[in-house]
Ligand binder design. Structure first.
Ligand code: ZN
Length: 251
């Protein structure tokens, strides 16, 4: 029987498998988690502000529905008063009409009454229209109060969760700081120095990335054969010549 398994091209242990390198990967993982946690914590105020704005908008929607209803009710009330006063005036002029003797005076009052009746008619139309709007506005307010109040509650819950998250993130950072300290102390000093240097050069994680299909997975650019050889043959801590990250090949 033939074995299909390939013989290792390099019989010694790969750098990747060395405890020093594994310690570097562990430190790198903790560093990345700490940076991610710090970014999330830093962005919390922005998220909080966004939620607070949303709450404000929801409350304003309720308030504006209340204002609209109140304005329409005021309008309906003043129309009612106006119509009542026109009615009084019409009956006054009708009484006057009974007493006048001259035809011109009678006619003048007749015209005036006609004008008042027309005025009353159009005010009554407007009153009817306003009362219908009052009904609509009242229904809208009920819906707004229900829907937007629910939203406000859900947003307020999110705010509370955000505050909890903030506390949790701060605790996580403390834990990670201790873990990073422990990892750094266990690291081979030369490796640690090189890694710290890479962090300064690259500035944003990841700082240690695998090479896949001869491409650096940090910058996605093809690495030279020298780089591959440095990793596989010389087994040195190797830096991507394009982006400055530590590159390794998983085996
Ligand atoms: Zn690169």
């Amino acid at each position: 029987m033939f074995s299909l398994r390939k013989q290792p091209s390099h019989p010694q242990t790969m750098l990747f498998e060395e405890p020093e390198f594994q310690a570097l990967l562990l430190l790198h993982g903790r560093d990345r988690r700490k940076i991610g946690t710090e970014i999330e914590l830093r962005d919390l105020p922005k998220v909080r502000e966004m939620l607070e704005n949303k709450i404000k908008i929801e409350k304003e929607t309720i308030a504006s529905a209340q204002i609209e209803l109140r304005e329409l009710e005021t309008k309906a009330n003043s129309l009612e008063t106006l119509i009542a006063s026109i009615e009084t005036k019409i009956s006054q002029q009708k009484t006057k009409q009974l007493k006048v003797k001259r035809q011109e005076e009678y006619q003048a009052l007749e015209n005036e009454i006609k004008g008042l009746q027309e005025e009353m008619c159009s005010n009554e139309d407007e009153q009817l229209e306003t009362l219908m709007k009052v009904d609509d506005a009242r229904a809208t307010l009920v819906i707004a109060e229900g829907k937007h109040t629910d939203r406000v509650h859900s947003l307020e819950r999110q705010l509370e969760e955000l505050n909890e998250r903030g506390k949790l993130l701060q605790e996580e950072i403390v834990v990670l700081e201790n873990e990073i300290k422990a990892s750094s102390e266990e690291m081979e000093p030369t490796f640690l120095r090189q890694y710290e240097h890479v962090k300064k050069v690259v500035r944003r994680p990841p700082y240690v990335v695998p090479v896949d299909d001869q491409k650096c997975s940090g910058c996605n650019l093809r690495v030279s054969n020298d780089i591959v050889s440095s990793i596989l043959v010389e087994e040195k801590l190797t830096i991507c010549d394009q982006c400055g990250r530590v590159v390794y090949i998983e085996r």
